[in-house]
Design a binder for this molecule. Structure first.
Ligand code: NDP
Length: 310
């Protein structure tokens, strides 16, 4: 059996191109330029790379990009004042505060301060609650990317057995809700789950979002399963160099899976592309314009309500 490698790089490039097309149409027809503001506090090198990447991709898609760099010792009040200003600014349609924040800042109150209509990270309780309730919502970017990648292999997820390993607010929980919207049957696993290999064995779709290098073994998988590896782990090799690996033992999984995302080159590529999608959607929703189409595959991701709902 040949395992299909789900190429996140190509798929994300395709998605970004579709977003750029829609951005230019919206500009032409409605004179609207979607704008994304990214706030970076401190000088964590990994976060700086992510923010630079978001800035470049936002501009390449034809959107306005606003970057705010604040020092590590910025006060909570100053950060909240900036968010309040961005909430009011009509040229800003999406606000993203790069996480994690330096110690001493209260992440929850920062997220809560973002206008839910501009919450392109999908982390505000209004959006998380709407998604959980099956209503349309701005959804977190990484889970959206996971669903899009899955749909390149399975245009319909209806009735499929999925397992999501990990229950964080950023990845696991919203991914579960998006899978329910697609009418998959979902098992949620976490650090207290019993007999994880047995749970994984039943799944047609396996989503690993744990943060533990190569934890999911090839022998756990059902033959032919589709494996979406969210994990990004940097491991130290014998010769002192580091290497990125996922949460799935890739070479083992290749022997069993029907389709799999590589690390790097899989889910990670989709996250920023989905941020652009969310910014475009937010801009159109704020301007009360029809929802744009950025359909890349046979069937667009369902932001809710779930298919078949009354
Ligand atoms: P968190 O640390 O917030 O959550 C990890 C989850 O894994 C928790 O729910 C935890 O369970 C569960 N877990 C931990 N150990 C086990 C175990 N032995 N068996 C089963 N479940 C376990 O991580 P995130 O969700 O933020 O990220 C997960 C991974 O995804 C990381 O590697 C991260 O780097 C990566 N990531 C990648 C992104 C991308 O763009 N590709 C974006 C975001 C994250 P419990 O709740 O019980 O503690």
């Amino acid at each position: 059996m040949t395992t299909h490698i789900i190429d996140g790089k190509i798929i994300a490039a395709e998605l970004r191109a579709r977003v750029a097309d829609e951005v230019s149409r919206v500009k032409r027809e409605y004179n609207l330029v979607p704008g994304l503001a990214v706030v970076l506090v401190g000088n964590d090198p990994a976060s700086e790379v992510y923010v630079r990447n978001k800035h470049t991709q936002t501009q390449t898609a034809g959107m306005a990009s606003f970057e705010y760099k604040l020092p590590t010792d910025v006060s909570q009040a100053e950060l909240l004042a900036l968010i309040a200003k961005l909430n009011r600014d009509p040229v800003v349609h999406g606000i993203l505060v790069q996480l994690p924040l330096p110690v001493g800042l209260n992440t929850e109150s920062v997220i809560n301060a973002i206008d839910p209509a501009k919450d392109v990270d999908g982390l505000h309780p209004n959006n998380a609650g709407r998604l959980a309730g099956g209503f349309s919502a701005l959804s977190p970017c990484t889970p959206l990317g996971c669903i899009m990648l899955t749909k390149t292999v399975h245009p319909s997820l209806e009735g499929m057995n999925a397992i999501v390993i990990g229950r964080s607010n950023l990845v696991g929980r919203p991914l579960v809700q998006l899978l329910l919207n697609e009418n998959a049957t979902v098992t949620i696993a976490h650090s207290r789950s019993r007999d994880l290999p047995k749970l994984v064995k039943r799944a047609d779709l396996v989503y690993a979002a744990v943060g533990k290098p190569e934890m999911v073994r090839g022998t756990w998988l059902k033959p032919g399963a589709t494996v979406i590896d969210v994990g990004i782990n940097r491991i130290l090799e014998e010769h002192g160099k580091t290497r990125l690996v996922g949460d799935v033992a890739y070479s083992e999984a290749l022997q069993v899976a029907g389709a799999i995302t590589p690390v790097p080159g899989g889910v990670g590529q989709m996250t920023v592309a989905c941020l652009l999608v969310n910014t475009l959607y937010a801009a159109c929703a704020i301007a009360a314009l029809p929802k744009p189409t950025v359909q890349v595959f046979a069937d667009e991701v369902n932001f809710g309500p779930h298919r078949g709902a009354r």
